[in-house]
Design a binder for this molecule. Structure first.
Ligand code: ATP
Ligand code: MG
Length: 412
């Protein structure tokens, strides 16, 4: 069946895991994915229209390359290509492929054609189509060599019911699930490298995030507060069109209290238990179901298995630590890729860290130390003074008023 299609550029979007869902769930998730794509393109002022043939989203607009770059940052998208769409006949597809070959193939260059024909769209089968278009490319550059295993250049062909698609580049996207499909979490975020990566990983799996940051004031290095806001801001660039909120709690009274009369080796563990308790208190108002941290196994003294258990026992809420098994190098690689890595972060030093932090905290002793500093009252007071920082499309707004606290993180 030949379909007449006006030759033009189209952005072809592939999504992955959604295929595994049942038909109604898949439809629902694709709807949310399109909504998120729309939000990110609207945020950039890019007008478009879209179609959803089987297994793909096709986006038409005046700036296909800009559209493709934006869509390649939308969670749930696996990869994106700027394709030429034409009639689905081997002749028409070959004509477009030939111009690509003339432009990109050189003598001696290894190339492959990856062809797919959608069932029922007529014409030669995938293998035959690949062979025909391979021949066209060899005509365009007779010195080139077919190599299906280690090609230097690939041309992708899709003969579908709604047209023939030809492209030679796939822009990798994050994959995962559409943002907003998996409920909400509170993510403990710092100025460091790990926590923004942990938060990004949860957003990638479809979670709405509310960030929570502890501002330790004079106990923290002078770049710490701004570094946390910067991490939060950069993460908002991954969910364009959505306001991402960060709650900032003044934790300096805790450090003042801990500096007097408790076993100093427990400071780090109690600090983390404080963060968890504050997070747990905020969860209902934030419609959050879990706490997320960038904690890792063995990276610092507070992160031994036994300390992680003592920290978790401060709350009954579930705690997710997406990075627990990652090496620091692996985390840095992801941080660079997602844009949160900062080569020169400035002074992030914590002045409260003792010389010899405990690596095997005793829960009973920790609880006794907390009672000594009136831990519950410190938590109560911290909750009374919360600043909200909203990041949207990389722009920051600060709200000093706590009414903003009850706003859901994003409309699902
Ligand atoms: P990161 O782990 O993000 O690089 P870090 O190394 O400064 O930051 P750690 O001591 O490793 O912090 O803390 C482990 C986790 O505790 C962090 O990943 C983060 O989730 C949380 N956390 C640490 N400091 C803060 C803070 N000031 N506010 C909120 N959460 C924090
Ligand atoms: Mg860390």
């Amino acid at each position: 069946m030949v379909v007449k299609v006006e030759e033009q550029m189209v952005v072809m979007v592939r999504y992955g895991e959604l295929f595994l869902k049942s038909e109604p769930v898949k439809r629902h998730f694709i709807g949310l994915l399109i909504r998120n794509i729309k939000r990110s393109l609207d945020a950039e002022g890019l007008s478009f229209r879209h179609e959803t043939p089987r297994g793909r989203i096709l986006i038409y607009g005046d700036h296909p390359r800009k559209i493709a770059a934006e869509v390649a940052r939308v969670f749930g998208v696996v990869d994106v290509s700027v394709a030429t769409i034409t009639n689905n006949t081997p002749e028409e597809i070959g004509r477009v492929a030939k111009t690509l070959g003339q432009k990109h193939l050189k003598a001696g260059m290894r190339f492959a054609v990856r062809a797919k024909r959608e069932k029922g769209s007529g014409g030669p089968d995938s293998q035959e189509l690949g062979r025909v278009i391979g021949g066209v490319l060899l005509d365009a550059q007779p010195g080139a060599v077919v190599d299906l295993t280690h090609p230097e250049y690939e041309v992708f062909i899709e003969a579908r019911g709604n047209g023939g698609f030809i492209y030679d580049h796939r822009i990798p996207a994050p994959g995962g699930l559409p943002f907003g499909t998996q409920g909400n979490a509170i993510g403990l975020i710092s100025a460091g490298i790990d926590s923004p990566v942990a938060s990004w990983m949860m957003m990638k799996r479809g979670c709405g995030m509310v960030h929570l940051n502890m501002d330790a004031g004079r106990w923290a290095g002078c770049a710490t507060a701004a570094g946390a806001v910067e991490n939060h801001r950069k993460l908002s660039l991954w969910v364009k069109g959505y306001p991402l909120r960060m709650l900032v709690v003044d934790s300096s009274p805790l450090y003042d209290a801990m500096s007097r009369g408790i076993p100093q080796r427990y400071i780090c563990v109690i600090c983390k238990r404080f963060m968890f308790r504050v997070a747990a208190e905020l969860m209902p108002g934030e419609h959050a179901e879990v706490i997320v941290t960038g904690e890792n196994l063995g990276q610092v003294a507070s992160q031994t298995l036994s300390n992680l258990a003592v920290i978790s026992s401060a709350v009954s809420a579930p705690v997710i630590r997406p990075l627990v098994t990652y090496d620091k190098g692996e985390i840095v690689t992801i941080a660079r890729r997602i844009g949160t890595f900062n080569q020169k972060p400035g002074d992030l030093c914590c002045r409260a860290v003792p010389a010899m932090p405990s690596t095997g905290a005793n829960l009973a002793e920790v609880i006794a130390a907390e009672e000594k500093i009136d831990f519950d009252l410190l938590i109560e007071q911290a909750l009374e003074r919360i600043k909200v920082i909203t990041a949207m499309n990389g722009e920051i707004t600060v709200h000093e008023k706590p009414e903003c606290l009850s706003t859901p993180p994003c409309e699902m």
